[in-house]
Design a protein around this ligand. Structure first.
Ligand code: PEP
Ligand code: MN
Length: 267
């Protein structure tokens, strides 16, 4: 179902009044985690003003250490819904398990499956039953074929609205947090009709390198980007080192507008 051989034309996914996979490139931006009402609203205003169409923010966080901030859970989802009402931005947020799926689906416009859950086949089957688009991140050690098979699980279960997200893979290189596999963009576009977006923030892990890879991703044909932006990265409870400041994000959006135009698309 996910393959280009099965369906030749590009899939365009509607999220309310916006379309992912069409002419317009969509920027999903916001903090790693929803930390407070104030922090989220500030981030939402910043990314909206700069031209993003979708607000990201985790309410359930898959942290490596059990002692790290785990997210505000339902309260975080409520803040996201409130931010949507205030700004008109759509909401993408991670769902970590089947137990909390009904709750997350009540608030989110797009359900994010994180890299750690890409092969949680039970969860994939559960999101397949929900009438919401799914943002499926590539597993950190998943081949492109395994990633497409994970998308296949969701589609086989009846949900055809899958957005693929390259977020970096594990390699021997450890200067960056992961290694951004930009080649996955043209390869997946060749193999599949599904929209592909790129998350340079989790791939690089260091904010300094995020803008150049964001620009490169659009040049490579990505349908959108997922970018971490925090009103004050130094005080972030999660992923501060890779988060762009409001100023850096605004500057990046200007550059992205130019690249989008150069490749015949809109931002
Ligand atoms: C995230 O987007 O906040 C996240 C946890 O990403 P990943 O699953 O790619 O690590
Ligand atoms: Mn993060």
């Amino acid at each position: 179902l996910a393959s280009r051989a099965f369906k030749e034309e590009d899939t365009v996914i509607s999220v309310g009044d916006i379309k992912i996979g069409g002419e317009q490139i969509h920027i999903m931006a916001g903090p790693c985690a929803v930390e407070s009402r104030e922090q989220l609203f500030e981030a939402a205003e910043i990314v909206k003003a700069a031209g993003a169409t979708i607000l990201r923010g985790g309410a359930f966080k898959p942290r490596t250490s059990p002692y790290s901030f785990q997210g505000l859970e339902e309260q975080g989802l409520k803040y996201l819904a409130e931010a949507r009402e205030r700004t008109g931005l759509k909401i993408v947020t991670e769902v970590m398990d089947a137990n909390t799926l009904p709750m997350v689906a009540e608030y989110a416009d797009i359900l994010q499956i994180g890299t750690r859950n890409m092969q949680n086949f039970f969860l994939l089957r559960e999101v397949a039953k929900v009438d919401k688009p799914v943002l499926l991140k590539r597993g950190a050690s998943a081949t492109i074929e395994e990633w497409l098979m994970a998308a296949e699980y969701i589609m086989a279960g009846g949900n055809y609205n899958v957005i693929l997200c390259e977020r970096g893979i594990r390699t021997f290189e450890n200067y960056t947090r992961n290694t951004l596999d930009l080649s996955a963009v043209p390869v997946v576009k060749h193999l599949s009709h599904l929209p592909v977006i790129v998350d340079p923030s989790h791939a690089l892990g260091k904010w300094r390198f995020v803008p150049s890879m964001a620009v490169a991703a659009v040049a490579a044909g990505a349908d959108g980007l997922l970018i971490e932006v925090h009103p004050n990265p130094a005080e972030a409870l999660c992923d501060g080192p890779q988060s762009l400041t409001p100023e850096n994000f605004q500057a990046l959006m200007k550059d992205l507008g130019k690249v989008a135009e150069a490749v015949g698309r809109k931002l």
